[in-house]
Design a protein around this ligand. Sequence first.
Ligand code: PGI
Length: 438
Amino acid sequence: MIRRSDFPKDFIFGTATAAYQIEGAANEDGRGPSIWDVFSHTPGKTLNGDNGDVACDHYHRYKEDIKLMKEIGLDAYRFSISWPRVMPDGKNINQKGVDFYNRLVDELLENDIVPFITLYHWDLPYALYEKGGWLNPDIALYFRAYATFMFNELGDRVKHWITLNEPWCSSFLGYFTGEHAPGHKDLQEALIAAHNLLRAHGHAVQAFREEVKDGKVGLTNVVMKIEPGDSKPESFLVASLVDKFVNAWYHDPVVFGKYPEEAVALYLEKGLQILDSDMNIIATPIDFFGVNYYTRTLVIFDPNNPLGFSYVQGDLPKTEMGWEIYPQGLFDMLVYLKERYRLPLYITENGMAGPDKLENGRVQDTYRIEYLEKHFEKALEAINAGVDLKGYFIWSLMDNFEWAYGYSKRFGIIYVDYNTQKRILKDSALWLKEFLKS
Ligand SMILES: OC[C@@H]1[C@@H](O)[C@H](O)[C@@H](O)c2[nH]c(CCc3ccccc3)c[n+]21
């Protein structure tokens, strides 16, 4: 049985959330609309028309939530700042919004919990979207100004920062499949957005080096273990190609200053030019990569699909998201990232959506305890294999707004009764509390 003491002394365990998924208070104290406010209020975009207007009401209940983190014994907490809460139009300051994050950080520090801040977790100010959003090259400068302001405001107390959460999701889901805000379905736009997201990241890192001398800054990507879904040689080729488009695309430029050649070919085919000056900014050195790992993805060669491949379902046990439970993929990807990029790593998200039922005041999510144990074991295996893994943030602290799935998917180790906003520690939280003492 794995114990906390098996991990390095300074290894940190935490939980992760994101502003639009938990805060609520969407129209309070001067907060402006984000693309997710507009998207979730657009009929048909989210399950049951669910939106983040109230969510977990964390904006008002943050002290209680921090007390629960303390009770569980967490070392750290990863959260995101709502850009439109601090800059309603993407540019001008809303002091009440800024004050909330000052209070939040101070409360965390008073409870000996280390804050990790994600600057952008998908909630772009709608006013900037109206100026082109991630399709407008100027977005990188707006983001730089926002980042600079937040570094100045909180950088005296917050020393661990993440520029973007999963640029792959923002570009591919937001601009190609349209499943996420702003719901566009255009490959060329997705390519432009991807590039501007990485440019924005690079500008923020440059600003960070000027504003927070003693801090660490990184980029969080979704990391998927891509495997062939059948034994055809073509499927192995396709798996390697998809791996480049999902994983290498958002890691290579940041470390090597160049895209995988398959991606460059696609940019050129779409008549998009990549400037060397852009790549130099994108490759501004970072201190770590954040790894969001959940599952593997199986692909097979499919000549009928314009992209040449299609996804197939694996036969391993799955979570409520339909994602296979595959802890080995975590080990494989941590070793892959270490060998290719030689940077320290944090697992900034790992967790599962479960069929959580509140019965007699209890949620017996034994499946989530097993999930976490197996993934903790693989993280420890990676450390013992030489990976410089520095921490592990469970997704998520509490049940919250799961984007297009609304409130139907529960990822929390704390159950949220949305009718009463009552928080109930699930068995997994009670298990984690004991684990953290072991
Ligand atoms: O879905 C659970 C969480 C979200 O609630 C977080 O906001 C987001 O950072 C996040 N990313 C992923 C993995 C990315 C992914 C997206 C689509 C399909 C498969 C994996 C899972 N999650």
